[in-house]
Design a protein around this ligand. Structure first.
Ligand code: TMP
Ligand code: MG
Length: 216
């Protein structure tokens, strides 16, 4: 009688520009996975609940100013402070659906003048590597129709266009990552159904390989 190796959780990151509905989908997908019997929890970056997250929150709401370099490092530190939580959760067999990750970190800072992709990627090298990145696209009109769009730093059209360009560059750098594009054109529940369908195949595969290290 051979004991089956414990299947680890799947690490899924949802990325996209502001206003694509990522947060809603992360929450709905997590509930959907749980209800279908897959242990699952959600995370988000920035995680504004920590001390570092509080500094980031204040910066995003334009209540404080930080140099572009230092806020970039804070965003990265916010991921590193939750690294053990990520690896422990996955090891226990629970999947993670994560709202933004290092790809946002690099896309947003490298959209500012004078920042190279290489410099921006540095601090996040070695973080737990996602098994799948779901990249949500939405029309500008849809993004801007979101009730609170435009209230935070970065929520401006030209900047968002640059961010979208940078996401394309970032994915081209590392071909070992699996990116899946999805264009948000349907209602919230239909989108959740579609995304769940994309994840199902991966969830049913026997994930015994260890979690990788990002960009290493
Ligand atoms: P949120 O709206 O998903 O809470 O994200 C807040 C903003 O922070 C959003 O405009 C994207 C930006 N961001 C970065 O600039 N760097 C990062 O590392 C992350 C995770 C988000
Ligand atoms: Mg936002």
């Amino acid at each position: 009688f051979e004991r089956m190796a414990l299947k680890r959780g799947l690490f899924v990151v949802i990325e996209g520009a502001d206003g694509t509905g990522k947060s809603t989908q992360v929450l709905n997908l997590t509930k959907r996975l749980q209800s279908e019997g897959y242990p699952c929890s959600s995370m988000r970056f920035p995680d504004r609940s920590t001390q570092i997250g509080g500094m980031i929150d204040s910066y995003l709401q334009c209540k404080s100013n930080l140099s572009d370099e230092s806020v970039h490092l804070l965003f990265s530190a916010n991921r590193w402070e939750l690294k053990n939580q990520i690896t422990n959760t996955l090891a226990s067999g629970t999947s993670i659906i994560c709202d933004r990750y290092a790809f946002s970190g690099v896309a947003y800072t490298s959209s500012k003048p004078g920042f190279s992709l290489c410099w921006c990627m540095g601090p996040d090298r070695g973080l737990p590597k996602p098994d799948l990145v779901l990249y949500l696209h939405a029309s500008e009109k849809l993004a801007q129709s979101r009730s609170n769009y435009g209230t935070e730093r970065y929520e401006k059209r030209e900047f968002q266009n640059k961010v979208a360009e940078m996401f394309e560059e970032i994915r081209a750098v590392d071909k070992t990552l699996t990116w899946t594009d999805y264009t948000v054109e349907r209602g919230i529940d239909e989108v959740t159904d579609d995304l769940f369908g994309i994840l199902q195949k991966e969830l049913n595969s026997n994930l015994v390989k260890e979690v990788g290290k990002l960009w290493m």
